[in-house]
Design a protein around this ligand. Structure first.
Ligand code: HEC
Ligand code: HEC
Ligand code: HEC
Ligand code: HEC
Ligand code: HEC
Ligand code: HEC
Length: 420
């Protein structure tokens, strides 16, 4: 332990040393921010300039092509910001250490030269940036997350949480009712026993229904145990069946690619990207080259300058595939073929995958269990129109049976059709 005296001395020394530094620091920050106008006029003028010139590469809160501009006025002095915005190349070439590092960090992306902007214009832009930093817009934050939530909840009619609550309350009420009835029966039984005027055989009859006598009855107990075992077993089997079932699974993807935008709003055909559906087992996930058919030519000023699009370019440049997270996945022992169902069977993608064209983030719509496959094979008639392959099979089927020619009737429930 240090003596009290020296602890005090150390503290005093520390405060003496640090306070001037603190003072300088706060003063600097104060001087800096006080230069930035806060009047609505300057902010509005700055907003217009920002939207016209900077938006394609900068966001306030997040990184795009360039850094997030939030708090940039704390990182740099105003004169530096003005010089940099007006001609960043000149600042970088002058060997300014901060600028050179930033330039390297952003993969040597050149910021556009804005020599037509007056000093005052840049100050106004910074005023807008500061205003946005201090009062971030509220609405912009939510959309992506919201879409995922909606997606996962989609398949259920009544929300599961309510359903469970209703069932639990029901069970409690019924149990209470049962107990009350038992008590009434018992009381009545006792009362009957006390009455002298009731003959013995009638008392015996009443005694049979005494719940406590019932508990001693082997047959009754046997039935109860059997029912209990069945319930537990059913639960266990259901659980086994749902091992690996991932209905509603909607992982975050490496690029914020949206089916709602591409397949929905712009109406791009599913098989433009999923080229396998007409000719093979797998639907295929498109390579970055297919994205580039459009994203190399859509022009500036749109959303195409964003960091998300930059990721496609990075993948091509580094010759690395985009690592999409797979959503639908049958176990290895099961065989499923897209061509058979889409091209031959004529089923819509949406029958199995749900409203993909409305999904911001794809989620697994169906549960993909064996029961799901089988149920559809039982109910669905084979589309035999214009398919010579089925002519003979259909004729044979109609000779033998007057039931519809379902997938089941054609052997679609045979284990080997779906299992290797
Ligand atoms: C073509 C894309 C592009 C445009 C347009 C653009 N910038 Fe930049 N900006 C960048 C990049 C990239 C950097 C990082 C430094 C570098 O690579 O040169 C940067 C850096 C900056 C910095 C330094 C940030 C820091 O963290 O220190 C400021 C300030 C800045 N830009 C302001 C602006 C303003 C204001 C506008 C609009 C008038 C604008 N930029 C327009 C790409 C752009
Ligand atoms: C512009 C290209 C493009 C179009 C058009 C497109 N998709 Fe996709 N699709 C993708 C990409 C990329 C992925 C992987 C990333 C993801 O899951 O969002 C994907 C994923 C999927 C998945 C999930 C695959 C998995 O991992 O299990 C399904 C299902 C799907 N698409 C169905 C459709 C359907 C149905 C349509 C038409 C309504 C369609 N897609 C249109 C590009 C496209
Ligand atoms: C047939 C043309 C076409 C193809 C192919 C295409 N896109 Fe797009 N994409 C568009 C259009 C059009 C937009 C909307 C641009 C806008 O609003 O400015 C867009 C927008 C986007 C956006 C939104 C940009 C943003 O940040 O808001 C992303 C991300 C995107 N596409 C990713 C992809 C990926 C990944 C692929 C390949 C799997 C792909 N696109 C294939 C046409 C296409
Ligand atoms: C009969 C139901 C069914 C139909 C119809 C269907 N799919 Fe699938 N899809 C599946 C199943 C099941 C899987 C999982 C396959 C696996 O894991 O082997 C899957 C997987 C996928 C995948 C993941 C990657 C892959 O190559 O398997 C994509 C992408 C896909 N489907 C797109 C589509 C598109 C696009 C259509 C319409 C043209 C479509 N699907 C029609 C059932 C269907
Ligand atoms: C929405 C209905 C539907 C679902 C769900 C479905 N199928 Fe099918 N399936 C069909 C239809 C319709 C055909 C007949 C296609 C044809 O040949 O005309 C078929 C045919 C098949 C065949 C060929 C049968 C034969 O007799 O040659 C196999 C194998 C098959 N499905 C496997 C699967 C598997 C595995 C799943 C589940 C992962 C599945 N199917 C889910 C409708 C469905
Ligand atoms: C229409 C296609 C189809 C037919 C026909 C089919 N299965 Fe399956 N089976 C599947 C699929 C798909 C899975 C994977 C389900 C999952 O992952 O939950 C599966 C899973 C299984 C499993 C693993 C347990 C499980 O639920 O994951 C067993 C065991 C199995 N099947 C046995 C059989 C037997 C035996 C038959 C013949 C009587 C048969 N299957 C017929 C599609 C089929």
């Amino acid at each position: 332990m240090l003596p009290k005296q020296s602890v005090k001395r150390i503290i005093v020394l520390f405060v003496l040393l640090v306070s001037p530094l603190l003072a300088v620091h706060t003063q600097k920050a104060f001087a800096q921010t006080s230069e930035i106008p806060t009047d609505a006029e300057a902010i509005a003028a700055g907003e217009v300039l920002f939207q016209q010139n900077c938006k394609t590469c900068h966001n306030i809160e997040t990184k795009l092509i360039g850094p997030a501009l939030k708090n940039v006025y704390d990182r740099r002095e105003m004169p530096w910001i003005i010089k940099f915005v007006q001609n960043s190349t000149k600042v970088i070439q002058s060997g300014d250490e901060y600028a050179v590092n930033l330039y390297e960090e952003y993969n040597r992306t050149m910021m556009t030269t804005f020599d037509f902007l007056e000093d005052k214009d840049v100050v106004n832009i910074v005023a807008y940036i500061k205003d946005q930093t201090d009062n971030p817009p509220v609405a912009a934050a939510a959309p992506a997350g919201g879409a995922v939530g909606d997606g996962a909840a989609q398949p259920a009619g009544v929300p599961a949480a309510y359903l469970n609550a209703i069932i639990i309350i029901g069970v409690i009420l019924l149990t209470a009712l049962l107990i009350i009835m038992f008590m009434i029966i018992r009381t009545l039984g006792k009362y009957i026993n006390l009455r002298e005027d009731i003959p013995d055989e009638e008392k015996e009859f009443a005694e049979q229904w005494n719940p406590f006598a019932l508990a001693r009855n082997k047959a009754f107990v046997g039935i109860l145990v059997a029912i209990g075992t069945m319930i537990v077993a059913k639960g266990a089997i259901d659980n086994l069946y749902s091992v690996g079932v991932q209905q509603g699974y909607a992982p975050k993807q490496p690029i914020a690619y949206s089916h709602a935008l591409h397949a929905g709003e712009y109406g791009i055909d599913c098989n433009y990207c999923h080229t396998g559906v007409t000719k093979s087992k797998n639907a295929n996930i498109p390579s970055a080259n297919i994205c580039m058919n459009c994203h190399s030519s859509i022009v500036e000023g749109t959303k195409t300058g964003t960091a998300e699009i930059q990721k496609i370019y990075d993948a091509i440049e580094n010759n690395e595939p985009i690592e999409w997270v797979r959503i639908h996945n049958l176990p290895d022992h099961a065989y499923f073929n897209h061509q058979q169902h889409y091209a031959v069977g004529g089923l819509e993608c949406q029958t199995c995958h749900g409203p993909i064209e409305e999904m911001e983030v794809v989620y697994q719509y169906s549960n993909l269990t064996m029961g799901w496959c089988i149920n559809c094979h039982r109910d669905t008639e084979i589309n035999t129109k214009d398919n010579a392959y089925y002519d003979e099979l259909l004729r044979l089927h109609e000779e033998e049976s007057d039931k519809p020619f379902t997938v089941e009737a054609n052997g679609g429930l045979e284990c080997a059709k779906c299992h290797y």
